[in-house]
Design a protein around this ligand. Structure first.
Ligand code: GDP
Ligand code: MG
Length: 370
């Protein structure tokens, strides 16, 4: 990597090879058209033509690791748990998410017009809980498929009148594979045929043995529709969070994961980001998946403008040059130019990977910018 022939460089600079060969001679370098040039020589030539050669960038697997700051254990602080709700279709996931949000958010916040940004936060006993509310299992599965682990706790919703169904099992498998603790919410307790004992019995086969039966799985009976049991459910989430000792360092440049993203007609690319560590601020240079930019504005789940966001906080941002994918990672850079270099290099690499694996020379990312 990093090599370029006289002919290739001439092409990049839009000059004749012969002109370059003459210039090289003048610099004391005897070279033919097909000769590989050293990096220093390329820079010298480029400089002579008034072209800036950007520095080569190390791109590791994620392309962002080199930007991540070391963690100081002394700076780790408690952070809110990030919770995902899973369960069989029609067992009440959406109703439960709405119920939690309405009883907790709208009541507490003046005027509280909630904004759908794919995640929201509530308070219980003075502590925050973050819920991902992207539809169905998507939040969990697509993110996991992209290697992102954002969920700390899963709420498994099982309708008390229906019991364990295929997607209930799927959800259990996902949570177990990710080693995420499960809290069971036995829903629709208001219904005539509600049978929570049967749910516990069925789930015991999946090693979700209730505490009452000597196991260690927490079960909470709820009615998402009526709002019953919501407080207890939230208290149990905080209990599990405490056991898990969830911590992050807020005092560093932020990194985290894309919850969802789209192209907005007026605002351009809009992405909901979940900060997983550090603190993100308006104006920060950022690389997100294969996109980059500078955070122009930040809006929370109540539609309120924010200037910064710490660990476990979901915010919607604008200012990216493209639309990233759910599950992509983001990282804040200390330097705007570097963020752009990284972002462009990553986009180029993605394009190249798409084009073909057989294209024989990949003239380096850095030369694409000449
Ligand atoms: P999802 O597919 O898991 O998101 O399920 P929904 O939240 O869309 O709920 C499916 C249906 O069950 C809707 O008609 C809800 O009104 C109803 N439902 C959800 N929770 C309850 C509950 O606690 N009690 C009763 N009676 N109905 C419920
Ligand atoms: Mg739903």
């Amino acid at each position: 990597s990093g090599s370029l022939t006289v002919g290739e460089l001439a092409e990049k600079l839009n000059k004749d090879s012969s002109e370059l060969i003459k210039k090289l001679m003048f610099l004391g370098v005897m070279a033919t058209k097909n000769e590989d040039l050293e990096k220093e020589t390329i820079e010298l030539i480029a400089e002579d033509y008034g072209v800036e050669v950007e520095e080569e960038i190390e791109i590791d697997e994620l392309g962002i690791e080199t930007q991540v700051e070391e963690d100081d254990p002394a700076k780790l602080e408690e952070r809110p748990p990030v919770v995902t709700i899973m369960g069989h279709v029609d067992h009440g996931k959406t109703t439960l998410l709405d119920s939690i949000r309405h009883t907790k958010v709208t009541a507490g916040e003046a005027g509280g017009i909630t904004q759908h940004i794919g995640a929201y936060q509530v308070r219980e006993d003075g502590k925050k809980i973050t819920f991902l509310d992207t539809p169905g299992h998507a939040a969990f599965t697509t993110m996991r498929a992209r290697g992102a682990q954002v969920t700390d706790i899963t709420i498994l919703v099982v309708a008390a009148d229906d019991g364990v169904m295929p997607q209930t099992k799927e959800a259990i498998n996902h949570a177990k594979a990710a080693e995420v603790p499960i809290i069971v919410a036995v829903n629709k307790m208001d219904k005539e045929g509600a049978n929570p004992d049967r749910v516990m019995q069925e789930l015991t086969e999946f090693e979700l043995v209730p505490e009452a039966w000597g196991g260690d799985t927490i079960y909470v009976n709820v009615s998402a529709l009526k709002g019953d049991g919501i407080d207890e459910l939230l208290e149990m989430i905080l209990l599990v969070a405490e056991v898990e000792e969830l911590k992050a360092n807020p005092d560093k440049r932020a990194r985290g994961t894309v919850v969802e993203a789209e192209l907005d007609k007026g605002r351009g690319p809009v992405a909901t980001l979940l900060v997983q560590e550090g603190t993100m601020k308006v104006g920060d240079p950022i690389v997100v998946g294969n996109t980059y930019g500078k955070i122009r504005a930040m809006v929370n789940d109540l539609g309120k403008r924010e200037k910064s966001a710490g660990p476990s906080t979901p915010v919607e941002i604008t200012g990216l040059n493209g639309v990233p994918n759910a599950g992509d990672q983001f990282v804040i850079f200390g330097d705007e130019k570097k963020a752009r270099q990284f972002g462009e290099a990553r986009a180029n690499r993605a394009r190249e990977q798409e084009r073909s694996q057989t294209s024989k020379v990949s003239i380096d990312d850095l030369f694409d910018q000449i």
